[in-house]
Design a protein around this ligand. Sequence first.
Ligand code: HEC
Ligand code: HEC
Ligand code: HEC
Ligand code: HEC
Ligand code: HEC
Ligand code: HEC
Ligand code: HEC
Ligand code: HEC
Length: 651
Amino acid sequence: MFFRIALLLTLTVCLLIVYRMRGTLRAKQRIMVSALATLLFGGGLFALEWFDGPDPAPGPPQADGCHALSVPLPSQTCVECHKTRHANWHHSYHRTMTREATPENVKADFNDAVYEFMGVSSRMYRRGDRYFVETADPEWLARMDRQGVPPDRRGPIPRRVFSVDRLVGSHWFQQILHRDEEGRYLRIPLIYHLVEKRWIHVSGAFLAPELPKFLWDVVIWNESCLFCHNTGPNKNPESLFGGGRGYNTEVSELGISCEACHGPGERHIQAQKNPDQGGRLLDPNGADPTIANPARLTVKRCDDVCARCHGAAVAQRHEGWDPDICADPFRPGQEIRKTRFLVWSEAEFRTEGPRRPNEIDGRFWGDGTPLTTALEYQGMALSKCYQGGEGKMSCLSCHDMHGSDPNHQLKEGMRTNEACYGCHDTYRKKLVEHTHHAADSTGSLCQNCHMPHQVYSLLTTHRSHRIAVPRVRDSIDTGKPHACNLCHLDKSLGWTGDQLQKWYGTKPEPLSDDDRTIASSLLHLTRSDARSRAVVAGAFSWPPAQQASGRDWPGLLLTRILEEERYPAVRYLAHRALKSLPGGAGDYNYLAQPSRRAAQIRELQMSLRDAPRPDRKRYPALPLTAEGLYSEDVLDRLLRGRKDPDLGVHE
Ligand code: HEC
Ligand code: HEC
Ligand code: HEC
Ligand code: HEC
Ligand code: HEC
Ligand code: HEC
Ligand code: HEC
Ligand code: HEC
């Protein structure tokens, strides 16, 4: 805007000067000056366009172009005319993604709960309608770390009380934020794990190597989380006197509400309330051109609505964003790529994203398949179903944002093969012929082979949105566990290759001896990096996998893996599996100090040794001794060969 005004002023002044000078010039000079003036003016106009960035893609047609100018409206404004739509949105996790910390919204335990981690005890409590955390003073902790004072020589830990002002999440986790005087919302490093109903330290909530201390990494919500979790976000950073950054961040509504998916509603309401226009606004198809209905947009523009948050569109393009206020310029109906980069590989994240170079970002498997959530768009768009059937598949093929089930917000029947029969009807008749499993077997559910649980985030695994043929090739040296082996945990990749050849005539891939003969799950748990370990450990508690591969052998293996595992998230998943297996119910705190954990593992191993041992004839791909114990030689060899770089999955 500033550039526009400055340029216009300069151009006007130049033209005025030329006009005033015209009398004093000779004919030849006059022509030259006129030519120069024309060039200047033309160039100026071009620059004007350039500074203003490319034209935004047309959204839903809006007569006065009120996209940017309209007043943001909260969901409450829509309720009077859209009761049902409002009601089913109201119970969605979208709505409750970000909220103020009020008694109605707090799900975490603030009942004088005490939580110990790395020698720091924290207390979560409530006073009236406000919530507080009393914990270690982060500045003191940082100073001790900087000075390298070991924990046992630090003396008593000074404590501080933080008010809890905002909440992030309501489904898997509830994270808590403290607002400081500069308007920053800081993430307190204690997270409530709703699934287990307990407090954990952040280092137990993400896939990252263990740190031997109570870390208060500074995560500022205004910078890192604002845009994917709220409606009408406007970061509004402020330079502070004396350096540093504060915020006057505004959102039109916390959480993901109507305007995030439908765009500005002001004109729509004005029009619908105006008795002269109401009703007449609807075009012959019943559409109202004053508001975006994703279902009426083209498939691409419809998916862009979701890709803004489910396409890891974290990196902003310079054009289109006002660097001073950082309000999100995207409006449903527009093209997301005009204002954001959608990233398709780790390499791109390093160059386009805000991450540090050379960091293992952990968002994609080696074959390009997304490995964490918030990349559902990339997964879908990489699928042949999407590419080959362009214009047909979209997020709304399977999801319904106003349906009745808030879990996964799926249309009816979309957990079954109906999700695929819509376009692959021929498979209805040839199901068993195609899957080679009985019709009622979990091995005949299309999604189990074509959308397997290869995605990790939020301390659990999720289905991949890349609908693909399960090829052995894509699981060699890519880290990506194979769909068949995520259910047949006791089988090797070689076994899978043989079956695929037998059933579908697929040419087998050359494999290493280990890949041919040893169970793929065991190879991943011992040798692979933490991403594959997490996904495979997650599969061990999946009932279909336990049914397909037996429940009498994973216990001892998992306890052995726990001895070696330096990623808390993998320990959590391995223990989650143990709890669901015979003899694995003993106590284990995946975030306890190493010596305490070692003692708990020994007890678990003792109780498992009395359980019936697996028979090695039944499990030829497991390195079992005649007594049904694991061969230490084999496990040692594999563990010694483990690739274990430091990495984090940026969920
Ligand atoms: C690129 C967009 C994006 C960014 C940036 C982002 N998130 Fe998320 N977040 C998502 C999506 C999408 C999900 C849903 C994933 C799912 O349901 O599987 C999610 C889920 C979550 C959840 C789980 C919600 C629940 O109800 O349990 C938490 C907690 C969370 N995010 C915290 C954060 C925090 C804290 C930040 C900032 C440090 C952040 N996210 C940044 C997109 C994002
Ligand atoms: C996460 C995105 C999202 C949010 C949030 C959302 N909607 Fe929708 N809405 C959709 C999508 C997608 C459709 C079209 C298909 C469908 O029903 O899922 C839709 C359809 C509608 C329609 C119906 C149009 C028709 O076809 O009859 C209305 C009305 C509507 N939404 C109103 C609202 C209101 C009011 C809110 C807030 C209280 C809201 N929506 C919140 C995504 C969203
Ligand atoms: C004064 C009543 C009124 C209010 C308030 C209102 N709407 Fe509507 N809206 C309508 C009517 C009438 C229609 C057309 C019939 C239908 O689909 O229900 C409509 C249709 C829609 C559609 C579908 C448009 C299409 O082309 O299919 C969406 C989306 C929508 N409204 C969203 C909203 C949102 C979001 C709000 C709040 C910001 C809102 N409406 C507030 C009356 C209203
Ligand atoms: C909107 C329509 C649509 C839906 C829904 C759909 N598909 Fe597809 N799918 C297609 C089209 C079209 C192709 C063929 C693309 C081609 O031949 O290039 C395809 C191809 C495939 C392929 C071959 C992929 C490859 O890499 O060669 C598989 C496997 C597949 N679909 C499985 C599924 C499964 C499983 C589901 C259900 C979860 C499903 N599809 C849902 C349209 C769809
Ligand atoms: C072919 C069907 C299909 C399509 C297309 C599809 N999804 Fe899904 N999605 C599913 C199924 C099935 C699940 C639930 C998986 C489960 O049961 O764990 C799911 C789960 C999800 C989840 C929750 C992840 C979790 O486990 O917490 C998100 C978020 C999601 N989808 C977003 C999207 C978005 C965004 C798009 C479009 C880019 C999309 N989906 C397209 C079928 C689909
Ligand atoms: C402004 C960001 C944003 C937009 C736009 C958005 N989502 Fe989400 N979505 C999220 C976040 C954040 C979550 C996590 C909510 C939670 O789990 O608490 C989520 C959760 C989901 C879930 C999983 C619900 C659950 O917890 O089981 C599905 C499915 C989903 N979104 C699909 C969609 C689809 C389809 C669209 C487009 C019509 C869409 N979303 C638009 C941010 C967004
Ligand atoms: C037991 C695992 C499994 C299940 C369950 C399964 N598929 Fe497949 N599917 C495969 C394999 C393996 C291939 C690759 C075959 C090949 O190489 O020719 C494949 C290939 C395909 C293809 C690509 C075309 C082709 O035949 O090569 C489509 C489309 C497809 N499946 C659709 C489906 C649908 C729809 C369902 C559910 C009704 C389903 N599949 C269930 C394993 C499975
Ligand atoms: C979701 C779990 C699941 C997936 C994925 C799965 N299967 Fe199965 N499979 C089973 C179950 C359960 C059985 C036991 C018999 C039955 O219920 O059909 C079985 C039985 C078998 C059998 C015969 C019994 C045996 O153990 O020798 C073979 C061979 C087989 N599956 C191969 C495959 C191949 C190859 C794939 C991948 C293309 C695959 N399965 C994917 C669950 C699965």
